[in-house]
Design a protein. Structure first.
Length: 240
């Protein structure tokens, strides 16, 4: 009996561990890219190769997300950023066409489009702004309490000279009520409060980002949100 058990253990140990699929690997990398941002390259390349053989919508959405992050943290200049966001919005748009009821498809199409427009300096243009508003409206019709969509809606208002800051603040606060650990939105709320001259409130929100113990997206919080929070806190350290 003992011999049989020993042989069974040896067989189990010797069995090869199944390789992760490109989609599984990309999800794992997106969750942990703060450990090594160069791994985003592998996620991107693996999904691009995967999509040549299997054009499922979920892979398109995932790759659009990878390109968004790649543009944010891996691109060395505006040219690389624009290329990444443009590919991301291309994938997002195709995913929207194939799955118009999928809120994630709309979100990553809008997110990449917004980043592309901001980087290119055309965010406020008449051809881009209606697309962003339309996409946000669709997401909120499909998922009214989605924190990302609420944050995106607030950011549109915040970026415009004629934007509705009351609406932006309401959307940011609603998003944080739904998910208090959504640190990207808390950073944006801090930016808005600074714009409104509410420096003490802004400092409290930004400090909460730095003190967060359970960020919704650890990699984003580590690489992007804490850095931005510190920059904003530094910008108002002498203001009251």
């Amino acid at each position: 009996m003992r011999v049989a058990l020993a042989l069974l253990v040896l067989l189990l140990v010797a069995l090869p561990v199944p390789a992760q699929s490109p989609m599984e690997e990309a999800r794992a990398i997106l969750a942990t890219y703060h450990e090594d941002v160069t791994r985003l390259d592998r996620a991107r390349d693996g999904l691009e190769k995967f999509l040549k053989a299997d054009s499922r919508v979920e892979a398109m959405i995932l790759l659009a997300r990878v390109y968004f992050q790649w543009g944010d943290v891996r691109a060395k200049d505006d040219g690389e950023k624009l290329a990444a966001y443009d590919r991301g919005r291309e994938l997002g748009k195709r995913a929207v066409e194939l799955a118009p009821k999928n809120p994630e498809a709309h979100f990553w199409y809008a997110a990449n489009t917004g980043r592309w427009g901001t980087t290119k300096g055309v965010f406020r243009s008449l051809f881009l702004l209606p697309t962003l508003r339309e996409e946000v409206d669709v997401i909120l019709s499909l998922a009214p309490d989605d924190p990302g969509a609420l944050g995106l809606s607030g950011n549109i208002e915040l970026a415009l000279p004629w934007g509705d800051l009351d609406k932006a603040e309401a959307n940011f606060r609603k998003a944080l009520k739904v998910d208090p650990h959504y640190t990207a939105v808390r950073v944006d709320l801090g930016r808005l409060l600074i714009k409104r001259g509410k420096y003490d409130e802004a400092r409290k929100e930004l400090q909460r980002v730095l003190n967060e113990k359970e960020p919704r997206f650890v990699a984003d919080w580590t690489v992007k949100h804490t850095k931005r929070a510190r920059e904003l806190l530094d910008s108002v350290k002498d203001k009251s």
